[in-house]
Design a protein around this ligand. Structure first.
Ligand code: C5P
Length: 226
């Protein structure tokens, strides 16, 4: 079977407070995006990476990545979900393809984790996720607690998220048309009636989001390459 990775990389990364989007910050010798795409392309089942980048992005073209024949570049959208959708639309014969959707901002992904995801073969698909270790509170708009969740059933969704390309494409289109705020692929699948599997991931597969995450990601990358 054929696997394509779709990498949304069109965010501005406002929480990072840096002078450029976080995927273009350099850690451990390369940009975050190069670490992320490198981890995917060096994984043998992945034949191609579709990168969704902002239309006016001046950074990608400066990287050797931009000239790699295994990489296809599409325009990002206003939201992460629209960026992913643009990537999926670039896939020919989606009924024959499975996609790994992976955040540009998660450079520490391991091949072992990808192996675990690919073992799930039914059409519900699967995502990497971590069981919650903290106690989870739900708040009202004034930031006061209204409820404590049963953390035994709470998971933190990571990426990659793994689905049949045609099924995910339809689910995302439907969810966006209905106006849902979609922050990962699994939520679109859930809305379409599927029950994606939760595959236990690793705590080092962080999404680089805040300034303090840079040093942490750098440390994890150095451990991985030991
Ligand atoms: O903002 P957040 O950290 O959730 O973004 C997750 C991923 O989605 C990042 O890799 C970011 O570049 C991407 N993204 C995108 N298009 C947007 C917003 C975010 O591709 N409009």
């Amino acid at each position: 079977r054929q696997i394509i990775a779709v990498v949304p990389a069109a965010g501005v990364g406002s929480r990072m407070q840096a002078d450029k989007p976080k995927q273009y910050l350099r850690i451990y010798g390369k940009t975050i995006l190069e670490h992320t795409v490198g981890a995917l392309l060096s994984y043998p089942p992945v034949k191609r990476v579709i990168l969704a980048v902002a239309e006016n992005d001046p950074y990608l073209r400066r990287l050797p990545l931009a000239r790699d024949s295994r990489i296809q570049i599409v325009s990002g959208g206003e939201t992460r979900a629209e960026s992913v959708l643009n990537g999926l639309k670039a896939i020919e014969n989606p009924e024959r393809i499975q996609v790994l959707v992976h955040d540009a901002a998660r450079p520490c992904i391991t091949h072992e984790d990808l192996d675990k995801l690919l073992r799930v073969t039914d059409e519900n698909g699967a995502i990497l996720a971590l069981p919650a270790v903290d106690t989870i509170k739900t708040s009202d708009v004034r930031q006061q607690i209204i409820r404590t969740e049963d953390r035994n059933f709470i998971w933190l969704a990571q990426t990659p998220q793994f689905f049949r390309a045609d099924v995910l494409l339809r689910a995302l289109e439907q969810a966006l048309a209905q106006g849902f705020n979609i922050t990962d692929e699994a939520s679109a699948m859930e809305l379409a009636g599927f029950r994606p599997h939760l595959v236990t991931g690793r705590s080092d597969n962080i999404k680089v989001t805040r300034p303090e995450d840079l040093a942490l990601a750098e440390f994890y990358l150095s451990q991985k390459n030991k």
